[in-house]
Design a protein around this ligand. Structure first.
Ligand SMILES: [Zn+2]
Length: 274
């Protein structure tokens, strides 16, 4: 646990600076920031949190399921296989697609779409083979692995592909994970594509992040090739960009007006990022 001792706006006068930040009581000359009692209390809380984290870690390790994806591990009581049916594997002259072994119970628990599929005795459920279209074998493996382990190590493209899968099968946890990953890699070069992608796949956090980045660089926007493509393909998205930009201008103007000090946290954040 970290203590921020130096960013307290109220710590103005010398008298106040000699008071404990936590309980506001004056503290002994040897103490710094917090009194001995508060310091000890915080240390106890820290120990408690560490124990809780250790508990949670061991629980996760206990609950983690083996995904049978390792090439040398046999499919353990698997009752369903998933097959990536991307364009290439439909061609009969190519090697048959490699099945990914899984368990209905796990798939149904992680994804409401799989659950509905099994509950409604759809063809896939009866045959025991689920064909997943428009996905590569690698992405399918990463997807299934995530359903078992809540872990993924995506590269840039994989994160986009996994997000599509997460959206299609309504795996919210994975979708949030992918959004965070993509946002962490967001830059001016990929912002327009990410923005259009976020729109297409209802990725609200990514959409906001990309839009904010674009609105910060409006002067460069129209020079981009992707911008012209967007104007052609989906002018609605372009309108949204300009709306976000205008809203930002209004906020910035409010920031410069000293009489206007009722800004929301979001406005503050945007202004601070300038
Ligand atoms: Zn104290």
């Amino acid at each position: 646990m970290s203590f921020s001792r130096f960013d307290d706006d109220d710590a103005g006068g010398i008298d106040e600076a000699m008071c404990c930040f936590s309980c506001r009581e004056p503290y002994a000359p040897g103490d710094a920031g917090t009194c001995k009692e508060c310091y000890e209390e915080a240390s106890e809380t820290e120990e408690e949190l560490k124990r809780e984290i250790d508990d949670l870690k061991s629980k996760v390790a206990f609950l983690r399921l083996s995904s049978s994806l390792h090439p040398f591990s046999p499919p353990c009581f698997s009752d369903v296989v998933l097959v990536a049916a991307d364009g290439a594997s439909d061609q009969t002259d190519l090697a048959p697609p490699v099945p990914v072994h899984a368990h209905k119970a796990v798939l149904a628990n992680r994804s409401p779409v799989f659950r509905a599929m099994f509950e409604n005795q759809m063809e896939e459920s009866l045959s025991g083979t689920i064909k997943i279209s428009d996905v590569s074998h690698d992405v399918l493996c990463a997807f299934v692995n995530y359903l078992y382990t809540a872990e993924a190590c995506p590269d840039d493209q994989m994160a986009y592909d996994l997000l599509v899968m997460a959206e299609k099968y309504q795996v919210k946890h994975l979708k949030a994970y992918c959004e965070k990953f993509i946002i962490s890699k967001l830059n001016w070069d990929n912002s327009l594509l990410s923005y259009a992608f976020a729109h297409q796949h209802n990725a609200k956090h990514l959409l906001d992040a990309a839009l904010s980045l674009i609105a910060d660089n409006m002067d460069k926007l129209t020079k981009r090739e992707e911008y012209m493509e967007l104007v052609e393909k989906d002018p609605r998205l372009v309108v949204e960009i300009y709306e976000a930009y205008l809203a930002k201008q209004v906020n910035t103007a409010a920031h410069k007006d000293p009489l206007q000090n009722n800004r929301s946290h979001r406005d503050y954040f945007i202004a601070a990022a300038d």
